[in-house]
Design a protein around this ligand. Structure first.
Ligand SMILES: N[C@@H](CCC(=O)N[C@@H](CS)C(=O)NCC(=O)O)C(=O)O
Length: 215
């Protein structure tokens, strides 16, 4: 039996449980981190020396870093839908996964979600937040253009790129900040919202995180 350790409000946990649910793989879930604590115990540090969630356990095998988990799960349990042995087929997925981690997550989750939503009002640095919002507008505009002629980012079927990028959208659409008109991105979000696995794993209220910089 697989086990995922990490609080359900964690964006990085959500990517992993979304994939598990999408491929119908049963798993045990343990809430950890945030208000649940437990990341500083020697036992947890043996699993992840960085003291972060998610952590995936597959029997005795342990994986940390959410994108490493997605690749592990796809290759081992969902090769027909989410993996290929051909590097030329894998590389477009990889490039968008890496872009999501290095750029979109940096500008949206760190810059906007942390800078705005997780920072108490009196501590918000608006010039920096606004610069991040501007960068995100550029990113989401680009995604909107890509989505003008396809169901998902790389074509008709859902890929790991959709999981890591699509997981941002619930927060993006639920922050009380102005958004540009992006009809194709809106339609994609509507399609994702209809997926039971997205609904169950990503559309999780995040009020708990409001004004909280402590974890
Ligand atoms: N790059 C790592 C980031 C891990 C990370 O920063 N996790 C956050 C939650 S999203 C965490 O453990 N924060 C401490 C806490 O929740 O208590 C990954 O993708 O797994």
């Amino acid at each position: 039996m697989l086990t995922v350790l990490g609080r359900r409000t964690s964006f990085n946990v959500q990517k992993v449980t979304w994939l598990l649910d999408e491929i119908d793989l049963p798993f045990r879930h343990i809430e950890l981190g945030g208000k649940f604590g437990g990341l500083d115990t020697p036992e947890f540090r043996m699993h992840n020396p960085h003291g972060k969630v998610p952590v995936l356990k597959d029997g005795d095998h342990v994986v940390w870093e959410s994108h490493a988990m997605l690749r592990y799960l796809a290759a081992k349990y969902a090769a027909d839908r989410f993996w290929s042995d051909d590097p030329a087929i894998r590389s477009p997925v990889d490039q968008w996964m890496d872009w999501s981690l290095s750029t979109l997550q940096h500008d949206f989750l760190s810059g906007v979600f942390w800078g705005y939503y997780r920072t108490p009002q009196e501590k918000r640095d608006w010039p920096t937040i606004n610069r991040s919002i501007e960068k995100c507008t550029g990113h989401f505009r680009l995604l909107d253009t890509m989505l003008s002629d396809r169901e998902n980012l790389l074509g008709a079927t859902l890929s790991l790129a959709d999981i890591v990028i699509g997981a941002h959208l619930y927060r993006y659409y639920n922050l009380d900040l102005e958004r540009p008109a992006l009809p194709h991105l809106d339609d994609w979000y509507e399609r994702l919202r209809k997926r039971p696995a997205y609904l169950r794993n990503v559309m999780i209220p995040f009020y708990d995180l409001f004004g909280k910089l402590s974890f």
